[in-house]
Design a protein around this ligand. Structure first.
Ligand code: F6R
Length: 251
């Protein structure tokens, strides 16, 4: 794994956007796996900025998002489809038909899980998967469990995730209790993984995930065995890892 230490969120966002743009420039018809949440907002803003300056072209890019709340339509401002449209897709020249988010309103959720797995497969897999990390080490909505779930599946959100996500809703009661998420196999099969983390609240999760035992109790710990993992994290998020002060760390 390669760890880039960023000075702050702005620096982190620029570094992460640089890695994503390199992917789009090297392979204009690439498949990007994307995340929602607070962590990637700055990265998406930077990509939009470079697109507007004429440095990036998303015409041939396909995207697959990690997850979606069960029960929310894409028109709901709390849905992840809405988030992606607002924070990236509506501002670049991507073909919206080439953007994919699991359907949280599917009547048959098991069929939707199968459809999403097949979709990723039919696109030829993910070239670059962007990930944020939960305070409990979750990636996508793969919460601490007894085992790693392989394919797309439905999850019950944990209390800590509901509490963390409540800041984006009017109150905690409004946070959906279930989500549909890409599984660990799909994430691990991505050709390259880019994990971003900012702030002290992520320091424990980052230390355990990158340097603790590989365990489904900390789902992101599986990333240690991915053969092309890049981590971009700020000083605070790296503060509980015992790392050299400068530069890119390869371990
Ligand atoms: C979002 C997702 C989640 C978030 C994680 C961190 O699509 O899959 O795993 O990446 O909850 O969220 P933030 O960035 O809001 O701290």
């Amino acid at each position: 794994m390669r760890i880039y230490r960023a000075k702050d969120y702005k620096d982190l966002s620029r570094k992460a956007a640089n890695i994503i743009s390199a992917q789009v420039i090297m392979k204009p018809n690439c498949v990007l796996g994307l995340a929602t949440g607070t962590s990637p907002i700055g990265t998406y803003q930077q990509l939009i900025d470079w697109y507007k300056k004429g440095d990036l072209d998303f015409r041939e890019v396909h995207t697959v998002n990690l997850d979606e709340y069960v029960g929310l339509p894409g028109s709901n401002e709390h849905s992840y489809r809405y988030f992606m449209n607002e924070n990236l897709f509506n501002h670049v020249n991507i073909d919206i038909a080439n953007t994919n988010v699991p359907n949280g309103l599917a009547v048959d959720m098991q069929a939707e899980c199968r459809r999403y797995n097949e979709l990723i497969h039919s696109l030829g897999g993910i070239d670059l998967q962007l990930l944020g990390i939960g305070r409990n080490g979750h990636i996508g909505f793969n919460e601490p469990e007894e085992a790693f779930e392989k394919g797309t599946h439905i999850v019950d959100l944990t209390e800590s995730t509901i509490e963390a996500n409540a800041r984006l809703f009017d109150n905690e009661a409004e946070v959906p209790r279930h989500a549909i998420t890409m599984g660990i196999r799909s994430i691990m099969q991505a050709k390259r993984v880019l994990l971003i983390a900012s702030g002290l609240a992520k320091a424990d999760a980052i230390a355990k995930s990158l340097f603790g035992p590989v365990t489904p109790k900390v789902q992101a710990s599986i990333l240690q065995i991915h053969n092309n993992l890049t981590v971009v994290a700020d000083e605070e998020a790296l503060s509980k890892c015992n790392l050299p002060e400068e530069g890119c760390i390869v371990c």
